[in-house]
Write a protein of this length. Structure first.
Length: 158
């Protein structure tokens, strides 16, 4: 099919990455507290991609680790590079012996990103299940644009 016409891109995303050994996943007090802080920073809190609120979704928003994925917290992270990309974070509270002091900080100055379940872990729409250059288009395409056979873009942002 000519690329000048709308055409469907079907691909199978295969990843082969060595995830370091890490502590069992728990919801830390910092994660819980800073997610509430992130939610309180928006009136009302909305999914970063589609703009829907929890009331519109009928389910809670989820906090995505938008920088250092939690399973890599105990890996060989170059924290100086992370600091350069998160200059507004309060690094005085960071303890390199406990990398979760940054990784679990979902506050507005941390690495949290509010997403609805669909745009967090959904098939063909979630950041954990598709290539980033395609995922982020869901935020930037015009309302009414067909993104996939199952999704037409609708932003509910005020």
């Amino acid at each position: 099919m000519p690329v000048e016409q709308i055409h469907e891109l079907k691909d199978t995303l295969t990843e082969d990455v060595l995830t370091p050994g890490h502590a069992a996943r728990i919801t830390t007090p910092l994660f819980r507290h800073s997610k509430l802080e992130l939610m309180a920073s928006q009136h009302p809190p909305r999914c970063w991609i589609c703009g829907k609120t929890e009331a519109e979704l009928g389910q809670p928003l989820e906090a995505h680790h938008n920088g250092v994925e939690r399973s890599f917290a105990e890996g060989e992270i170059d924290w100086e590079r992370v600091k350069a990309d998160f200059p507004h974070h309060d690094w005085s509270t960071f303890d390199p012996a406990n990398p979760y002091t940054f990784v679990d900080d979902m506050s507005p100055s941390g690495q949290g990103l509010l997403l609805c379940k669909e745009h967090h872990t959904g098939r063909d729409s979630g950041i954990h299940n598709m290539a980033y250059p395609l995922w982020i288009l869901q935020r930037y395409l015009k309302d009414g644009a067909r993104f996939s056979p199952n999704e037409v873009i609708h932003h509910d942002m005020v």
